[in-house]
Design a protein around this ligand. Structure first.
Ligand SMILES: [Fe+2]
Ligand SMILES: [Fe+2]
Length: 213
C-alpha cells in the first residue's frame, strides 16, 4: 500500500491534532478494557483517593507515551520504524482510554499539568529521534522498562481489593514489556548510564508531582 506523502504544514497540523486528542478528547480504545473476574468491593474514601491518585500518575504516563511516540515517529525517516512506533502508539491510546475511564470511575481528575507533560515529552522524543534510529529505539526500551517497573510498584501500592484498577495496570505492564521487546529486536542501542539516570530522575519528578497535581 502506498504511503501518503505529507507536506511540512500537514505534518504540523497532524501533530497539533494528535496533541489535542491526547489532551482534550475522550480517547477511543481499540481493545476492550481489561476487567477482573473478581468483584471489586466498595473502596473507602481514603482507598479511593489513593487509587485515583495512582491512576492519575498512570494516566500522565500514557499522555507522555502519546507525545514520545508521536515525536519519535515524526523524527525517523525509516518507514518501517515509523510503522512500529505508530503501532505501539495505538496500544498506548488503549492505555490512555482505559486510564481516563478508570479515573472517572474513581472520581479523580487528570493531571492539571498534562499540557506541560505532553510538551516536555514531545521535546524529549524529538531529541531522541534526532539522535538516530538505534538511539531512538534504545530510548523506547529504557522508557518502557522504567514504565514496566513503575506499574509493578503500583500493583504493590494499589488497594488490595481494587481489582478493577489492578486488571488495567497488569495488562498495561504486559503491553509495555512487549513494546520494549519489539524495540530491542528492531536494533535498539543501550543508552549511556548518565542518560538512563537522568530519565529516571525526570520520571521521579513527574510521578511524585502527578500523584497530587
Ligand atoms: Fe502505556
Ligand atoms: Fe508502551
Amino acid at each position: 500500500m502506498s504511503r501518503i506523502r505529507l507536506s511540512p504544514v500537514d505534518r504540523i497540523l497532524a501533530i497539533a491534532d494528535h496533541a489535542l486528542r491526547a489532551l482534550n478528547s475522550t480517547p477511543q480504545a481499540s481493545r476492550p478494557k481489561p476487567v477482573s473476574t473478581r468483584p471489586s468491593p466498595r473502596l473507602d474514601d481514603a482507598e479511593r483517593r489513593h487509587a485515583g491518585a495512582l491512576m492519575r500518575v498512570d494516566h500522565v504516563g500514557e499522555v507522555c507515551a502519546q507525545a514520545l511516540y508521536s515525536a519519535q515517529a515524526l523524527a525517523t525517516s525509516n518507514p518501517a520504524l515509523r510503522d512500529q512506533f505508530e503501532k505501539a502508539a495505538g496500544e498506548e491510546t488503549d492505555h490512555l482510554a482505559w486510564t481516563t475511564e478508570r479515573l472517572a470511575e474513581l472520581g479523580a481528575r487528570p493531571s492539571l499539568l498534562n499540557p506541560l507533560w505532553y510538551a516536555g515529552a514531545f521535546g524529549i522524543g524529538l531529541l531522541a529521534g534526532r539522535a538516530g534510529d538505534a538511539i531512538s529505539l534504545g530510548f523506547v526500551v529504557e522508557t518502557e522498562r522504567q514504565v514496566e517497573r513503575h506499574l509493578d510498584s503500583h500493583l504493590a501500592r494499589l488497594p488490595a481489593e481494587d481489582h478493577a484498577s489492578r486488571a488495567l495496570v497488569a495488562q498495561m505492564k504486559a503491553d509495555e514489556a512487549g513494546h520494549a521487546m519489539a524495540a530491542e529486536s528492531a536494533g535498539a542501542q543501550r543508552l549511556a548510564a548518565p542518560v538512563r539516570w537522568a530519565m529516571r530522575a525526570a520520571a521521579r519528578v513527574m510521578t511524585a508531582t502527578a500523584y497530587y497535581l
